[in-house]
Ligand binder design. Structure first.
Ligand SMILES: Nc1nc2c([nH]c(=O)n2[C@H]2C[C@H](O)[C@@H](COP(=O)(O)OP(=O)(O)OP(=O)(O)O)O2)c(=O)[nH]1
Length: 129
């Protein structure tokens, strides 16, 4: 099966990181994630990320650096997820798709129930801190 290819934004503001909670459906129901979504045909990772964040949260992000790619096998699909560290301007987020969100310090990230594929990203952020 062809993996689903996704981009995810680790959005930083004032030293906090934006964490978002997925809706109550599918294999990752109510898990916490970094916002983002699937690449559309012909899009670069960066274009997809800026578009997804605008759609999901109604904010503009500036991509600072690539962090890592995670390959994860869920039982119903294979995921390839590219994580980028981004900066948000001082705009209010609007939750168009997520059920909850919070801004956490890096050392607080482990307190959330993350989607499995996000755990290596959380570990890397905490190690780099
Ligand atoms: N965006 C995002 N998706 C993640 C993360 N961790 C993780 O397992 N996923 C999975 C959940 C979903 O099955 C898939 C991304 O799908 P999505 O629903 O966010 O993407 P999308 O907005 O383009 O999708 P769609 O509703 O248009 O189908 O990747 C993460 O940190 N960020």
């Amino acid at each position: 099966m062809k993996p689903i290819e996704v981009v995810a934004a680790i959005i930083k503001k004032d030293n906090k990181i934006l964490c978002t909670q997925r809706p109550d459906k599918g294999e990752t129901a109510l898990k916490w994630e970094f916002p983002g979504g699937k690449l559309e045909d012909g899009e670069s990772n960066e274009e997809a990320l800026v578009r997804e964040i605008k759609e999901e949260l109604e904010i503009e992000v500036k991509i600072c650096n690539y962090l890592m790619t995670v390959n994860h096998q869920y039982s119903s699909f294979d995921l390839v997820m590219h994580g980028y560290v981004c900066k948000a301007a001082d705009e209010e987020i609007v939750l168009n798709e997520h059920v909850d969100s919070c801004w956490l310090d890096v050392e607080e990230l482990a307190s959330l129930d993350w989607a499995e594929a996000d755990k290596p990203i959380v570990e890397k952020l905490m190690k780099n801190n």
